[in-house]
Design a protein around this ligand. Sequence first.
Ligand code: FAD
Ligand code: PHB
Length: 390
Amino acid sequence: MRTQVGIVGAGPAGLTLAQLLHRQGIESVVLENRSREYVEHRVRAGVLEQGTVDLLVEAGIGERLQREGLVHHGIGIQFDGERHRIPLSELTDGRTIVVYGQTEVVRDLVRARLAEGLPLLFEVADVRVHDLDTDRPGIRFTHDGAEHALACDVVAGCDGYHGVCRPSIPAGVISEFSREYPFGWLGILADVAPSNDEVVYAHNERGFALLSMRSLELSRLYVQCRPDEDLAEWPDDRIWEELQLRLGLEGWTLHEGPVLERGVTGMRSYVAEPMRYGRLFLAGDAAHIVPPTGAKGLNLAIHDVRVLAEAIVAWYRTGSTTLLDAYSDACLRRVWRAEHFSWWMTSMLHRLEHDDDFGLKLQLSQLRYVTSSHAAAVSLAENYVGLERV
Ligand code: FAD
Ligand code: PHB
């Protein structure tokens, strides 16, 4: 088998890259080790920046997103018993965010690719990338019990944080930067209309909580928990009780409903530099992770593959490697802005177990500042909706 671009991973990064390349007449093969069912049901991100939405629309897969996505013009920040609104659009020349689940983005991309009869293989195993430092890189894998070899011009490592591509780079090539957080999020999807029409981030002495949604009928909610929290200790009643305590406000009701899905996510900041080794290009979570408090992970993944697709197209058209050579630096500027913003939001909103009252007072002061100073609110808003230039 031979293709132009071998793509490892059918998450948002790999699938979007394949779609962007296809629109420019470049062939690719996408290899995914999970089943279609699994990748289409993995509940994760929900907030798309306007730039992400624009790209998906331009890439020809935005039809349902434009129809069903919920356009939001602001977010709530709650602390000290009060909810404040950050009017994102007012503060950023009319920019918006769209709430549309990652599951839906992935479904739209998978459907578009399979409808065109383009290669996307699920449940591949034993994926190995090789000869990355030559101009004939390749991927070996097994599928349906048979061993396959795929020769490529370029390999795109879009296989997430736990993938095989990044660890295939020889030691010493990559520098890693990271931070672990001593907490996680317990997230639920609930069959109940969202109790607020905008996303709410809540600082509370019991710990952080987040109110979000997936549609006008489905709520998505999170509470800060231990990173290794045992879900068995969280029956539905306890989850709702905790959400009520952390999100509750005088004169406002948090509506409860059946819990459809639940999971615990650890939190990490991580960057691998450079995002390239020879003909292997890393994109999305394979190269960097942010804690979800800034809603940036999926948006960064889409930005990476936009830059990568442009660079690959330019290389095939002109033979020039200028854009491919600039790929890592071009992405890392945005990555580090998002790393800082996500770390900052996380530090401002979570309860830090070993922190003293001094830390708490600093958080409250910062929260008051971003909800009362125009300049501070603009800074939060422009980062949240996604900076046009970084
Ligand atoms: P992934 O989605 O991880 O996709 C990688 C794919 O590669 C997977 O399908 C995986 O199965 C496959 N794979 C792995 N190993 C192999 C292998 N060896 N061979 C073949 N395939 C392989 N981001 C936001 O922007 N906004 C949010 O609101 C937000 N909220 C989040 C909430 C939660 C609870 C979590 C966990 C994440 C959130 N994120 C958010 C982050 C976002 O989900 C990720 O950044 C995004 O999924 C990255 O996409 P990706 O394609 O790079 O990686
Ligand atoms: C979500 O809807 O899942 C969501 C929203 C905002 C975040 C993270 C996750 O910061």
